[in-house]
Design a protein around this ligand. Structure first.
Ligand code: PEP
Ligand code: MN
Length: 286
């Protein structure tokens, strides 16, 4: 893509060799998602915010596969804003190891590859037994010991942008992973802090959709970009329109929170879409 504006700051970082691999357009970034390749094919990742039970994740995985989704998302380890003091049917900041096992069971049933979060370098080995793709949460966007460890292993990494992350910080975080030798990486944009675009309409809206970062990143890097319209809006009514906007800006994929009974979601109930809306959203991929 032709440079739209001169960005001296990034150019200077490149000249100073702070950014080396991420801005090298000859490197092939991305990774396989089943039969497809994120970076070449458009990829749709969907599933609940968190794994809630064995049956729940299995049932939804089968439905999502039928709709044409490419990979199943679901958190077994959930970073929560406030400490969770009481467990709900075994769920306490996720079902944790049990959640991973339920994801493996859902994969058996649906044949969908698994995207799930690893929150801590000490858990990489365990989570990698179950995950096809590591999700790095927004809160760990600049957790450098975690990023460095992910660079030294070979599983794909979906790095979520910190809600504060600037363009150079996004590239810098990716650079840490690639520096270790792992080019199987994608950036996930998921909304940022600031005056959320819709706050004057919906005061409860949490984040501002960060759509401009899509073309801005594409100026400098070939690292595939996945958009998360669920966390970016925090409101299910906006998930489909923001998905359309992101797709029109040529993202490589979407990661969307979907639940059979959205209001009953243990985590992020306001933003989950139902199966019917998911079918609608999948049409963006045909
Ligand atoms: C998630 O995907 O459920 C999640 C916790 O996202 P983020 O890290 O972007 O808040
Ligand atoms: Mn969530």
């Amino acid at each position: 893509m032709k440079k739209m504006i001169k960005n001296n700051y990034i150019e200077d970082l490149i000249k100073a060799d702070k950014l080396r691999h991420t801005v090298n357009k000859k490197i092939k970034f991305g990774f396989n998602v089943g039969e497809k390749f994120l970076g070449k094919d458009k990829i749709l990742i969907a599933g609940p915010c968190s794994v809630e039970s064995k049956e729940m994740i299995k049932n939804i995985s089968i439905k999502l596969k039928k709709i044409g989704v490419d990979a199943l998302r679901g958190g077994a380890y959930k970073p929560c804003t406030y400490p969770v003091r009481k467990s709900v049917k075994g769920w306490k900041e996720g079902l944790q190891k049990k959640g991973l096992e339920y994801l493996a069971n859902a994969k058996l049933a649906s044949k969908l590859p698994i995207v799930t979060e690893v929150m801590d370098a000490s858990k990489i080995e365990l989570v990698s037994e179950y995950a096809d793709i590591f999700q790095i949460g927004t809160r760990n966007f600049q957790n450098y010991s975690l990023l460095d460890a992910l660079g030294k292993q070979s599983k794909p990494v979906l790095l979520k942008r910190g809600t504060w992350g600037t363009l150079d910080e996004i590239l810098g975080a990716c650079e840490r992973i690639v520096e270790g030798g792992n080019t199987k990486i994608a950036i996930c944009l998921r909304g940022v802090v600031g005056m959320p675009s819709y706050r004057h309409i919906y005061p409860s809206t949490r984040w501002a959709p960060d759509l401009m970062m899509i073309p801005a990143l594409k100026q400098f890097t070939n690292i595939p970009i996945v958009y998360d319209p669920s966390h970016a809006t925090g409101n299910r009514d906006f998930v489909l329109p923001i998905s359309k906007a992101a797709m029109s800006l040529n993202v490589d994929g979407l990661i969307v929170e979907c639940h059979e009974n959205p209001e009953k979601s243990i985590s992020d109930p306001d933003q989950a879409i139902n199966i019917k809306t998911m079918k609608e959203l999948q049409k963006l991929f045909v």
